[in-house]
Design a protein around this ligand. Structure first.
Ligand SMILES: CC(C)(COP(=O)(O)OP(=O)(O)OC[C@H]1O[C@@H](n2cnc3c(N)ncnc32)[C@H](O)[C@@H]1OP(=O)(O)O)[C@@H](O)C(=O)NCCC(=O)NCCS
Length: 169
């Protein structure tokens, strides 16, 4: 099940999201953090994200099953005043236990719907993940180009990032 996190306290949510982030970093994903990423540090990161979502600065979506959080994505809404129609998609993450079942695609569809409902008509993102890029292409995102050596991989070495945008109908 995929849902947008509501602005109320949810005990355990930051911890469940931290499980997903730690798993992605251990799996070698370039998602802002270097390895090793402790669960405590990841939880602090997510507590900040949840607070930001409560302030209305971003939409936070989570995908859950009976074992807990299996994936997440965000749409950042807190942009300069001359870009009120735009959102930045960030941190599409699916735990390795739940990959290859359409969770990532469903999260992105839900993120687009939530952004549209929030009045946004243009979304932008960048990704170092070939798997994620296939999802964006499948959903009709326009691929802009690649910046080499954009970030570090969690265990070292540079990776490129590819920028995409999508105009929401
Ligand atoms: C990128 C990422 C989010 C994709 O998540 P996912 O849930 O595995 O994505 P999906 O299941 O929707 O799609 C993955 C593949 O599974 C396939 N798939 C989807 N449902 C399926 C099913 N029921 N049976 C078999 N295959 C299926 C999709 O067709 C897709 O295949 P393709 O890549 O060959 O086209 C995940 O790999 C991840 O978290 N990576 C690490 C973090 C990262 O780098 N994120 C990107 C940040 S921008």
């Amino acid at each position: 099940m995929i849902r947008v996190v509501e602005p109320q306290a949810e005990p355990g949510l930051a911890s469940g999201l931290a499980d997903v982030l730690v798993d992605c970093v251990e799996g070698g994903a370039s998602v802002s953090f270097m390895a090793p990423l402790s669960h405590a540090r990841a939880r602090v990161f997510w507590e900040g994200v949840i607070d930001s979502a409560r302030r209305g600065e971003r939409l936070l979506l989570v995908a859950e099953d009976e074992a807990g959080v299996m994936g997440t994505v965000q749409v950042v809404l807190d942009l300069p005043e001359n870009q009120p129609h735009r959102g930045d998609v960030a941190k599409l993450l699916v735990h390795r236990r739940a990959r290859g079942r359409g969770v990532g695609l469903a999260l992105m569809r839900a993120a687009e719907d939530a952004a549209r409902a929030a009045g946004r008509t243009l979304l932008v993102l960048d990704t170092a993940s070939i798997e994620a890029a296939r999802i964006y292409t499948r959903l009709g995102w326009e691929r802009l180009g690649v910046i080499p050596n954009f970030a570090l991989l969690p265990f070292g070495g540079y990776c490129a990032t590819t920028f995409f945008y999508k105009a929401l109908a």
